[in-house]
Design a binder for this molecule. Sequence first.
Ligand code: ASP
Length: 350
Amino acid sequence: MKNRRNFLKTAALGAAVFSLDSVAATAARAQAKAPVKGKPIVISTWDFGRAANEAAWEILKKGGRALDAVEAGVRVPEADPNNHTVGYSGFPDRDGRVTLDACIMDEHGNAGSVAALEHVTHAISVARLVMEKTPHVMLVGDGALQFALANGFKKENLLTPEAEKAWKEWLKTSEYKPVINIENKSYTPTNGATAFNPLMLPGNVYNHDTIGMVAMDTEGNLSGACTTSGMAFKLHGRVGDSPIIGAGLYVDNEIGAATSTGVGEEVIKIVGSHLVVELMRQGYPPEKACKEAVDRIVKRSPSKAKEIQVGFLALNKKGQYGAYCLQKGFSYAVLSKDVNNALIDGKHHF
Ligand code: ASP
């Protein structure tokens, strides 16, 4: 009897050990076979978003973090001397100073930002350092520069001869009524700002644009980055939406991410990117959420909305994306395993 009891005890123990082993083995097998949690994808504003997407994709395709991808991505237009709306060679303010705005958010809801930063091309990397190395979210002006230099960034001259020439051209009239980035070149301004039409800048370059980028990695985590030199020939000290968390960019890893481009003042007034994410939380698909934010701008100031451009871009947790803008001409670039860095025209209100 005793022996039988011992045998049963030993057998039960063995079975327990065996079943624990098999649970662990099954879990390990399942993990090995488990589908990736997220489908990597990166989307960003404007045609120059394509080159930025390529750089981001290099990281995403290897299973890298979305945060690293968006930073690497937007550094491309920041360094591009032919891009006069972001980073190095951005058009200066009315005093001839190139001042940059940028922000970044990670999958934990951490945020970093710099505004009116001078002399550093990669404003986005300074913003990331603010997020990771300080207890703060935002540094501005001289303080942002001081922080950057203390952290190894080199002081540079960001004003290229081409940008300087455009600024000097603008100085001839010094008209501060920016006819904002109506990309539809047939558009005729109706607000009386004929003396300065940014579409007539040398080389027919636009007077503002931003690289806003949002991405999902294989872990299904979302991050975003946004960087710009802001409105060309703006008042010194002017800050747009791009470095404002919730306006130019917002990321909520449970819901989705959104970013914006266009006249920052109008985006700030509706806290645009946060609005888009909150609408997605309520179940709006990305394009519909972006449309609702655009509609909000039109409702606030219908006549102004006709004269300006604003575009929103959004990605949700399922990897669905969409955009919407005020005027024809806003495009965005999409890169994933399924979409080959396509440049897509945003649907528009007018
Ligand atoms: N949103 C930027 C700003 O207002 C400019 C742009 O994206 O066109 O500074």
